[in-house]
Design a protein around this ligand. Structure first.
Ligand code: MTE
Ligand code: HPA
Ligand code: MOS
Length: 769
């Protein structure tokens, strides 16, 4: 079965937020942003803007009828700045005008005065000044301090990884409508409809029942719309609430890039100890997370960094500490992998460091330390149904790891100015929201009297194919054709109190709820069939739309069965609730069983570096991945390919750059480069591992959304491998992304004292290059 959406996408038939037909009287909103990253707001004069052509209202914090607060985990984020500004791009006022052009023109007439305060952009500086979002967290297994003495080798270092712009194709936005009795209806491009609903109600001083949020689909979210669709939903709702007119707010690309948070950059210290057999005995790591100016999801992201600090390895003595550091940048947020990639990058850097110092291949250390069945993670959950070694060994066989290595070495011996590199990247990723209560979902299934089926869940379709998967689960459970099933929009009035579509768990959670509801409906219909047609209930089933009794056609089909049930007043609607069983986690001791299961895999990345120019190609990415029992190989393969290339982008070319004043320099696609089809590996093989899947995964098909991003980390280490082949193994910093500029400087360490050739004020990527 294919993905249901792409045909509609390529024909331009899919409706995104900005395609919703405009209602008469609609006002267009534009956001006035803070021009400074930190300061006291001493004066704000909107009178000239208010007098501008077409302008209906200009709203500031003073106009908020409820609470000026949208912080999800920590209440530290006003919807509109009040008193202080904390980052450049922070929303300060909202202009409502008859046209979008008039609204934007009026922004220039707003007069703001800010008394500047010191600006912090570096997480280590923030930590040194005690600017922490939440108290630090430490995950601990064994006793690393005592273990160093037993190590034959101990190495330490620093590793830095950069931010990442989500670059969903559809920018952030919302369209809000006033409803009867003072409520609002919001069409939002959000992964978290309930988050938008809850915060809009809070901002407007309404009950949640007065706010309806509806989502058809997103043109991508990637975590960027888990929490950060909320401000735009709330601002549009505020406008609609106050003017009683529809209000539409859609950010243009550059505003979206300036105003929204990104993947968290991390700066980390590591120390790794090994015995004489390359067994990792101890690992200590301290993470400094650049959270930006408000908590947003940073504490949860920080926690997942700790959960994944040892990647796919068993290490008996681990101390991992993490600081969430407040800086004057837009609040950073969820991004595919949710802190996991940042933790895993440092682990791989530590292994690379040890390998380089010892003169052994990193793969020897990696393979030696892979997780085995029942090994403990630092949070005390055992690795159950562990496929780490199977993934590695299958990939090594399937793709001939020894042969690939020999090819690279051979090439490098005979070539001077081109060098090849190879890296192995094993992954292990935990599936479930790490906050246990979020692991719940509901499905509302209607069977209409003509036999067609409508399904509502909390799942948001953002390109990952969850609607196709849910439709498949329903059709399969009911024994009917997929054509009869429609997955409805995600709507807070139909399905309430939903978790965001995130944590790769959307299909598992909402799919299980759908399966439960459809199973209940099927059993009810079969019970009706047994009385109506005097058939033995045992052995009754629906297959290919036919009712079978003990495998034999019973003379009735789906449509007749449904119709007859309706006339006999059998309920044809079911609402099911699913909560992942057996999850628990104690945040006081940082131990428990937070994940339903883990996903495993191994990737081989091959690169070629042009050692004159510092440019490179990622030639091949070969992956053996644990899908469990995939029931949609097209979608699942697509998730691996897309996720891996997105990870390669993060590790190689995507460079977020802020200046010391907190101004985003990489503020458009001219200065921020993402991988295109030419940057994608020419060879991208995905091997489906033969694994049983997991009973807590939907139809035993494991979650697939985020894990592949971390295969991209291999590109960094493959480039490092190639660079070292050229420059004779001089020490290199661990600093991602490995842009062509950084590769060039690494190739010629004699230039390493030069200031980095990253983006500077008044330059574009092109002029720097
Ligand atoms: N794939 C597409 N095409 N678009 C997206 O926005 N988001 C990713 C991943 N794959 C995303 C995607 C992220 S961050 C997550 S958490 C999962 O999809 C969410 O969907 P799932 O839970 O259904 O896997
Ligand atoms: N993953 C993604 N999103 C989340 C999580 C998580 O573990 N927890 C809260 N939001
Ligand atoms: Mo994904 S970062 O959990 O939206």
């Amino acid at each position: 079965m294919n993905h249901l959406d792409p045909q509609r996408h390529v024909r331009g038939e899919s409706q995104y937020l900005d395609d919703v037909p405009t209602q008469q009287g609609t006002l267009y909103a534009a956001v006035f942003e803070s021009p400074l990253a930190h300061g006291v707001l001493t004066s704000l004069d909107v009178s000239a803007a208010l007098a501008a052509p077409g302008v209906a209202r200009v709203l500031t914090a003073a106009n908020i009828p409820g609470h000026n607060q949208i912080g999800g985990i920590v209440p530290d984020e006003p919807l509109l700045a009040h008193g202080h500004v904390h980052f450049r791009g922070q929303p300060v006022a909202l202009v409502l005008a008859r046209t979008a052009r008039q609204a934007h023109a009026a922004l220039r007439l707003i007069h703001i005065e800010i008394a500047p305060l010191p600006i912090i952009t570096d997480p280590r500086v923030a930590a040194a000044q005690g600017e922490l979002i939440v108290p630090p967290r430490t995950f601990k297994l064994g006793d690393s301090a005592a273990a160093w003495a037993a190590c034959a080798h101990v190495f330490g270092g620093v590793a830095e990884s950069g931010g990442q712009e989500h670059l969903y194709i559809e920018t952030q936005g919302a369209y809000a409508f006033p409803t009867e009795m003072g409520g609002v209806r919001i069409i939002s491009s959000t992964q978290g409809p309930t988050a938008v609903q809850r915060h809009a109600a809070h901002v407007l001083g309404l009950g949640m029942h007065q706010v309806e949020v509806d989502v058809t689909r997103l043109g991508g979210g990637f975590g960027g719309k888990e929490d950060q669709a909320t401000p735009w939903g709330c601002l549009a709702a505020l406008g609609a609430f106050l003017t009683r007119k529809p209000v539409k707010l859609v950010l243009d690309r550059m505003a979206d890039m300036r105003m929204t948070g990104k993947r968290h950059p991390y700066s980390s210290d590591f120390k790794i100890g090994l015995d004489a057999d390359l067994k990792i005995v101890a690992y200590e790591v301290t993470f400094y997370q650049n959270a930006g100016a408000a908590a947003d999801l940073s504490p949860a992201v920080l926690e997942r960094t700790l959960f994944h600090a040892t990647n796919a390895y068993f290490i008996p003595n681990v101390t991992a500490t993490a600081y969430s550091c407040r800086t004057n940048l837009p609040p950073n947020t969820a991004f595919r992998g949710f802190g996991g990639p940042q933790g895993m990058f440092v682990m791989e850097a530590a292994i690379a460091k040890a390998a380089e110092e010892l003169g052994v291949p990193a793969s020897a250390i990696q393979r030696r330390n892979l997780l085995r069945e029942n090994d403990l993670f630092s949070y005390r959950q055992p690795a159950e149904l562990c496929h780490a070694e199977q993934a590695w060994d299958t990939a090594a066989r399937q793709y001939d790891l020894a042969g690939l290595r020999a090819e690279v070495d051979q090439f490098n011996q005979t070539n001077q100015l081109l060098k090849k590199g190879l890296a192995v990247m094993p992954i292990c990723f935990g599936i479930s929201f790490t906050k246990t209560p979020m692991n719940q979902a509901r499905a509302l299934v209607h069977i209409y009297s003509d036999g067609s089926v409508g399904i509502s869940t909390g799942a948001v379709e953002m390109g990952q194919g969850v609607n196709t998967k849910i439709a498949h689960v329903a059709a399969r459970t009911l024994g009917i054709s997929l054509d009869r099933v429609k997955v409805e929009t995600t709507n807070t009035t139909r399905v309430a109190n939903t978790s965001p579509s995130a944590a790769s768990a959307t299909a598992d959670l909402n799919g299980k709820a759908t399966e439960m509801a459809c199973t209940a409906l099927r059993e009810r219909l079969l019970a009706h069939a047994s009385t109506e047609y005097t058939l033995n209930y045992e052995g009754l089933e629906i297959r290919n739309e036919q009712v079978l009794a003990a495998g034999v056609p019973a003379g009735t089909d789906w449509e007749k069965l449904v119709s007859s049930a309706f006339w006999k007043r059998v309920a044809l609607t079911e609402n099911a609730h699913y909560a992942t069983p057996d999850l628990h986690f104690d945040a006081a001791t940082n131990t428990g069983h937070p994940f339903a299961y883990h996903v495993y895999g191994t990737a081989f990345t091959s690169v070629t570096v042009d050692c004159l120019r510092g440019t490179y190609t990622v030639d091949a990415l070969r992956i053996a991945h644990d899908f469990g029992q995939s029931f949609n190989e097209v979608i699942d393969r697509g998730q691996i390919e897309g996720g891996a290339v997105q990870g390669i982008g993060w590790m190689t070319m995507e460079e977020i750059s802020y200046n010391a004043e907190g101004r985003l320099l990489s503020n458009s696609l001219n200065s921020y480069k993402i991988p295109d089809i030419y940057a994608a590996p020419a060879v991208l093989d995905v091997h489906f591992l033969d694994t049983p899947g997991h009973p807590k995964a939907i139809l035993r098909a494991k979650a697939v959304g985020e894990p592949p991003l971390m295969y991209g980390i291999g590109a960094y280490f493959a480039l490092r491998d190639a660079v070292r082949a050229f420059q004779g193994h001089t020490a290199l910093p661990f600093s991602a992304p490995m842009t062509p500029e950084k590769v060039l400087v690494s190739l010629y360490p004699e230039f390493a004292h030069e200031p980095t050739l990253s983006l500077r004020e008044g330059t574009t990527t092109q002029s720097v290059l």
